[in-house]
Design a protein around this ligand. Structure first.
Ligand code: OAD
Length: 236
């Protein structure tokens, strides 16, 4: 069987209305990323950081997955355990489209992290009012998102899948943030074919074997149909 790892970034959710990080003006919803996405920012001004992520979490209610998210869920139905989707996105559009074999390496907006006990409860409301942790009762919940300087989630599982895959596909990511930005080169070094589906060529370390530019909503369903249609050999 062909083992496939798909890495997704903000570009796959752009057409759902979730803003990307680096496209417009280098700001994330009007903020310098350093002011809202670092442990230092949280220590300095927790209210601003909590309010920022509360707003992002609320905004998820008004967006829906599109054809690219759905195509990846279709691919999972077709090949099951041979697919792993690794997303850098903190939105929940992949799971709402039906993906289950999914790693949120940068965390999830719809999860909180208890600074006191380490619990990671599912969370839909706000955190600004310092609600109690359902596990320990302390009022020390923060967003369960990985900030700059923190360790992304499930790196061992991701790296094992990347070195073992036959096809590595990068979708809607600029290749600016490590370790995710290094996965295509790692996969290639271990013999995988690499594919990029992005609005524009990214800052990749190595050239992709197959680089396609355009909208995720068009490129991803097309690529998935090729893979499924060719009995999973078209990606080779
Ligand atoms: P970026 O904003 O850096 O890159 C988005 C990429 O998507 C760009 O290369 C765009 O060209 C492309 N893109 C935009 N619209 C698209 C569309 N409709 N179809 C296809 N591609 C499109 O976002 P990421 O690479 O995801 O980390 O950023 C990586 C990480 O940097 C984020 O996870 C976040 C951020 O700081 C943390 O918060 C730790």
């Amino acid at each position: 069987m062909t083992r496939i790892v798909v890495l997704t970034g903000a570009g796959i959710s752009a057409e759902s209305g979730v803003p990307t990080f680096r496209d417009a003006d280098g700001l994330w919803e009007g903020h310098d990323v350093e002011d809202v996405a670092t442990p230092e920012a949280f220590e300095r001004d927790p209210d601003t950081v909590l309010a920022f992520y509360d707003e992002r979490r609320r905004a998820l209610a008004s967006v829906v997955p599109h054809a690219a998210h759905r195509a990846l869920a279709r691919l999972e139905k077709a090949i099951g355990a041979d697919l792993l989707v690794v997303t850098q996105n903190v939105d929940d559009l992949h799971e709402r489209a039906g993906s289950r074999r999914l790693v949120h390496m940068h965390g999830e907006l719809r999860r909180a992290l208890c600074v006191a006990c380490g619990a990671r409860p599912a969370w839909k409301g706000d955190l600004i009012d310092r609600p109690a942790c359902p596990a320990c009762g302390e009022r020390m919940l923060r967003p369960d998102v990985v900030w700059f300087g923190e360790m992304p989630y499930e790196l061992d599982r991701i790296e094992q899948s990347v070195v073992a895959c036959d096809v590595f596909v990068s979708i809607g990511t600029s290749g600016a943030v490590y370790p995710a930005a290094g996965y295509a080169a790692l996969a290639s070094a271990f013999g995988a074919r690499t594919v990029e589906l992005n609005l524009e060529p990214s800052d990749a370390l190595i050239p992709f074997d197959d680089a396609r530019t355009g909208l995720a909503s068009e490129l991803v369903p097309q690529w998935v149909e090729e893979i499924i249609g060719a009995g999973l050999s078209a990606g080779r």
